[in-house]
Design a protein around this ligand. Structure first.
Ligand code: GLC
Length: 713
């Protein structure tokens, strides 16, 4: 009898549990709407506010790097312990409904998480890939996708669900502090490159967040600046790339930008986030704010900004209160949560994926090197390159010995190592002038010992070392060639200066470059200059020109080896400029309205309209020093047979030189808008490749390619 009672009681309990299971829906098993209907109001509000509610402001910023007015006034309490230490934020979990907390982490040049954890002997380094502008300079979506696949692999294997990348704002002005995180001045090249990046990352089963949507083209006062821009210009220039990415690569999420657009914060802008992004483009993911962006949670929810990151306590209270007093319809919360849950369903966390915490960093290191060579741009070469061995090199410039992989801010990567140019050259078997190398190395370590430690928000760089005429003359006598690296650092939270030492060479850099060129040229020897920069500097009016000029950008952790691969001809340079290098800063139309427009308190007027980059330089009569799309090779190419038939452009490319190489066919349409491009395979000397470039609905007008013009009626 007792046994029977026991069995009956157990069956009754199981029945009750099943009924309650049936009653309590679970994400992945029940419809999203049923899951939402089971949430309490507080749970609903917490689903639209990140859990890093106590996340402090970043560590005190180093002077000179960050314009503190540009940083948000988030709560300065302690950092909550993220699931993945160093990640940017976490989403809210509701275990009873089967909703996991998903993890968000930066950044565009590779995953950024803490490399070490208290009480854990394991390390969590990530690969610092070449920065975005170099990726765009490759004009090769396939290589961009390959880099992004490796980045996405690290995102997944370190337990992150959504990567806060790519950054894809238009490089409206060379002084923008985050240009290195962005692709190009041109919306078409930006869109193609960003779409390849999103496809690559998401092919690894993790999400992306295309940012910063939109018209976020400077760092100064970024949290409050009002970008005043004509709608037609916005659509043609500043939204165009986002539209292409959303339609072609379907990013899981979009990150709205801090700034206002024509008076309304982007994250509170219904026209932008609902009418355009969803209504016109069909975006089906969710929108998150930038960290502590804007300040009206109700307006953000209503506009279609689904998620407030990193989340603060007062946002939770404010939204609950707003629903209670009728200022916010709970249905708006339901709608925003529905988009979020649809994305959560795709995440590794939801799929029960167990991260290994051991991605193949060696393989990714090799990929970083390969890709870095694809985006470097050869600007000048009188034949001195490629370097031949044996060759004794007088290596000048701090950045030759402290070569920078990337910039500072959220786009920084905690990499295990970096390769300086000095190391790359030695690895390739070149002899360096030991005196010079020793002097530079000692100076740099001595100077850096006086500066704060490097961390994501601040990269210490020593002031350029001064060389005596005697030391330069000695080097000219004892070496075969001079290699000089000029570098620039920039980062999130602040813009660059148009003055000396930033956009302009410093007096010391100018005189040193001149004296090195003079001494080596007098000795019948050559000078090669390498640019380790994230965005244009002035390259004109130098007292004496080096014999070769290689733009290496901020090329990731394999910088030194990749630059050496190009200098030695192991890789034939094939990069083309994704941004124009003006003859002088004042030639750039946006230079008259950058930062804050004259007489304005916090508005920047985009008075230049479409006159950004090559669209201006190619049509205004004001020439660029080095134009968009420009880049030399160690071989030559001949283009012929430019034709058009029913939406397809055709052109033949022949390698008419003596070395294998790759060319980029570029087609410009009316207004010198980039209409299409294609990078050839590696062509052997004498080989020809016929390229076909499809351009949807080409507007009537003249189309140019390699000096040939055809007119489409
Ligand atoms: C930063 C950046 C954004 C980044 C986010 C999380 O302020 O603007 O690009 O993804 O916060 O770190």
């Amino acid at each position: 009898m007792r046994k029977l009672i026991w069995i009956l009681a157990t069956m009754a309990l199981l029945a009750a549990v099943c009924i309650s299971c049936n009653r309590t829906p679970r994400l992945g098993r029940s419809s999203i709407k049923r899951v939402i209907s089971a949430m309490t109001l507080e749970e609903k509000v917490r689903m639209v506010v990140g859990t890093s509610t106590d996340r402090a402001l970043p560590p005190d910023m180093a002077p000179g790097i960050v314009n503190r007015e540009s940083y948000p006034g988030g709560p300065s309490t302690h950092l909550t312990q993220n699931q993945v230490p160093g990640a940017a934020g976490d989403g809210y979990a509701i275990p009873r409904l089967g909703i996991p907390s998903i993890v968000y982490a930066d950044g565009p040049a590779g995953l950024r998480i803490n490399p070490r954890r208290d009480g854990d002997t394991a390390t969590y380094y990530c690969t610092a890939f070449p920065t975005a502008t170099l990726l765009a300079a490759s004009w090769d979506p396939a290589i961009v996708e390959k880099a992004a696949e490796a980045i996405g692999d690290e995102v997944r294997e370190y337990g992150v669900d959504i990567l806060l990348a790519p950054g894809m704002n238009i490089q409206r002005n060379p002084l923008t502090g985050r240009n290195f995180e962005y692709f190009s001045e041109d919306p078409f090249l930006t869109g193609v490159t960003a779409a390849a990046y999103v496809r690559g990352v998401q092919s690894q089963g993790v999400g992306t967040s295309v940012k910063h949507f939109a018209v976020n083209n400077q760092e100064r006062y970024r949290n409050g600046i009002d970008a005043v821009v004509d709608e037609s210009v916005m659509r043609e220039l500043y939204l165009k790339a986002f539209e292409k990415v959303v339609k072609e690569a379907r990013p899981w999420t979009v990150m709205s930008s801090y700034n206002k657009i024509n008076g309304t914060y982007a994250s509170e802008n219904k026209w932008l986030l609902t009418d355009v992004l969803r209504g016109e483009w069909g975006f089906d993911g969710f929108v998150m704010t930038d960290w502590w962006g804007a300040d009206d949670p109700v307006a953000q929810m209503t506009a279609g900004n689904n998620l407030l990151m990193p989340g603060t306590p007062n946002q939770i209270e404010e939204l609950i209160q707003a629903v209670k007093d009728g200022r916010l319809d709970e249905k708006v919360l339901d709608r925003n949560i529905e988009d979020i849950l649809r994305v959560i369903l795709k995440t590794p966390k939801m799929q029960g994926f167990v991260p290994s915490n051991r991605p193949d960093l060696e393989a990714h290191d090799a990929i970083a090197r390969e890709i870095a060579t694809e985006g470097m741009v050869l600007l000048r070469n009188d034949g001195v390159l490629p370097l031949e061995k044996p060759c004794r090199i007088a290596l000048f410039g701090n950045y030759s010995y402290d070569t920078q992989p990337g910039g500072s801010g959220s786009g920084y990567v905690n990499r295990k190592r970096k390769v300086n140019l000095s190391e790359g050259l030695v690895s390739a078997g070149f002899n360096l002038d030991e005196n010079l190398s020793g002097t530079y190395s000692n100076y740099i370590s001595e100077e850096k010992s006086k500066l704060p430690e490097e961390f994501f928000w601040y990269i210490p760089t020593a002031a350029e070392m001064t060389l005596s005429d005697k030391a330069i003359a000695k080097a000219a006598g004892e070496n075969d060639i001079a290699v000089l690296t000029i570098g620039r650092m920039s980062g999130e939270g602040g813009d660059r200066s148009a003055g000396e030492g930033d956009y302009l060479l410093s007096e010391l850099e100018r005189s040193q470059l001149g004296r090195i060129c003079a001494a080596f040229h007098r000795a019948g020897k050559k000078v090669v200059t390498v640019l380790n920069i994230g965005a244009p500097i002035e390259l004109t009016g130098w007292d004496e020109l080096p014999d070769a000029l290689l733009l290496a950008w901020l090329p990731g952790q394999q910088a030194g080896n990749a630059i050496t691969d190009i200098l030695t001809g192991k890789v034939n340079p094939s990069g083309k400029l994704p941004v124009s290098f003006a003859k002088r800063y004042a030639d750039i139309p946006s230079s008259k309205n950058f930062g804050v427009s004259e007489g304005e308190l916090n508005r920047v007027i985009y008075a230049e309209g479409l006159n950004v980059g090559h669209r201006y330089f190619a049509t205004s009569g004001t020439e660029a020093e080095y134009p968009f799309g420009y880049g030399l090779s160690y071989t030559d190419f001949k283009l012929s047979g430019f034709s058009y038939d029913n939406g397809r452009f055709r052109v033949s490319v022949r390698n008419s030189g003596s070395r294998p190489g790759r060319e980029v066919v570029q087609i410009y349409g009316p207004g010198h808008a980039l209409a299409g491009f294609k990078k050839t395979a590696l062509l052997d000397p004498g080989k020809t490749e016929d390229e076909e470039i499809v351009i949807d609905n080409p507007v009537p007008g003249d189309y140019q390619c390699g000096g040939m013009t055809i007119t489409i009626q």
